[in-house]
Design a protein around this ligand. Structure first.
Ligand code: ZN
Length: 339
């Protein structure tokens, strides 16, 4: 049994995604759906449900009532066999933790787009993204995500928790690929930039190899993806098990024909290092209270000083250990950028 999700770009100017969820054998007493109130890695209540601007339910081609009964839960009128929920999501949050859509880019975390049918937490999830090429206004957009691909624009994942740990980016982005210790790594860079891609790939191989060796070669993913949005002046980062979402300033990207390491580029490499380190430290080794997350409510822990603190310490130290920075450069950077 699986939960099937379909995502389509409804209106880039109004920033609206359309989502259709199809469920077999819903609860015959009335099916309850929820949307997360926060996303792992960004530890604040966010109220993503406020962005669902319309919703309707159908069973056997007949519309049935659906009612929102608290901040992030809906219940349908009882029905049998098959239920489909069609809804629209407003997506105009230019951060790494939610969803964004305009005529240059589409980005989403599943925690902003995918309702969870209660009682189906362990079921397979299938995702179909409607081809962006059907819309002439989108130019040469491609799609990239760490989800397992079934076929073109069809993805599968073994449960809802995993589904929402894979952000999706669609845009006309720059691709970068490299291997570290035999593992395939990809990077998609969206936004206007003039970066020295070869230098970036060379430095990332060094950093990723360092982290893999630091954790004794026990790699918690089959491949890794960095999503990067370049803006004039911006910053953001969110870790996932086999990917990460970053937002950086254009001046932080490495410049062609500049061979020295400037503080801005150091900051960007430290950010990449930080998110990659999290694949082990927070996404694999984590506080006990994070093992069965309840995304409806706060999940308190006293241990973020270990998980975020150690990650912040090692993100920069690894630049020294790999000799990307000299001891003097490291100490200067450390003094100017206290963790
Ligand atoms: Zn962190």
């Amino acid at each position: 049994m699986s939960i099937q999700y379909m995502v389509a770009i409804k209106d880039t100017h109004a920033h609206i995604f359309k989502v259709v969820l199809t469920l077999k054998n819903p609860n015959s007493l009335g099916q309850v759906f929820s949307l997360p109130n926060w996303i792992p890695g960004s530890y604040l209540i966010r109220d993503f449900a406020k962005n669902i601007i319309s919703i309707k339910a159908k069973s056997h081609h007949h519309q049935i009532p659906i009612k929102k009964f608290d901040k992030n839960h809906w219940i349908t009128y009882p029905c049998e066999n098959v239920l489909s929920i069609e809804y629209e999501v407003y997506a105009f949050d230019l951060s790494v933790r939610s969803a964004y859509l305009d005529n240059e880019r589409a980005f989403f975390n599943g925690s902003s787009l995918f309702l969870l049918p209660l009682g189906f937490e362990s079921d397979l999830c299938e995702l179909n993204i409607k081809s962006t090429n059907q819309n002439q206004t989108l130019g040469n957009w491609s799609c990239v995500t760490g989800l397992t691909t079934l076929s073109n624009m069809n993805f599968i994942v073994h449960n809802y928790q995993n589904l929402i740990d894979h952000p999706v980016e669609m845009a006309d982005f720059t691709r970068l690929e490299f291997d570290a210790r035999g593992i395939s790594h990809k990077r998609a860079i969206t936004g206007k930039h003039n970066a020295d891609i070869k230098r970036l790939a060379k430095d990332l191989v060094i950093i990723c190899t360092h982290h893999i060796d630091f954790f004794n070669g026990a790699i918690p993913f089959d491949e890794s993806l960095f999503l990067t949005l370049v803006r004039t002046n911006a910053y953001g980062e969110l870790e996932h098990k086999n990917s990460s979402s970053l937002i950086c300033s254009r001046k932080e990207m490495p410049v062609l024909n500049e061979h020295n390491i400037i503080p801005e580029y150091t900051r960007f490499l430290a950010l990449c290092s930080h998110e990659y380190f999290h694949a082990w430290w927070t996404k694999t080794i984590k506080p006990a209270s994070f093992h069965q997350l309840d995304l409806n409510t706060e999940s308190y822990t006293q241990q973020l000083w270990i998980f975020e603190g150690f990650t912040s310490y090692y993100d920069e130290l690894s630049l020294l250990r790999t000799q990307i920075l000299t001891p003097k450069q490291y100490l200067t950077f450390f003094a100017q950028n206290p963790p």
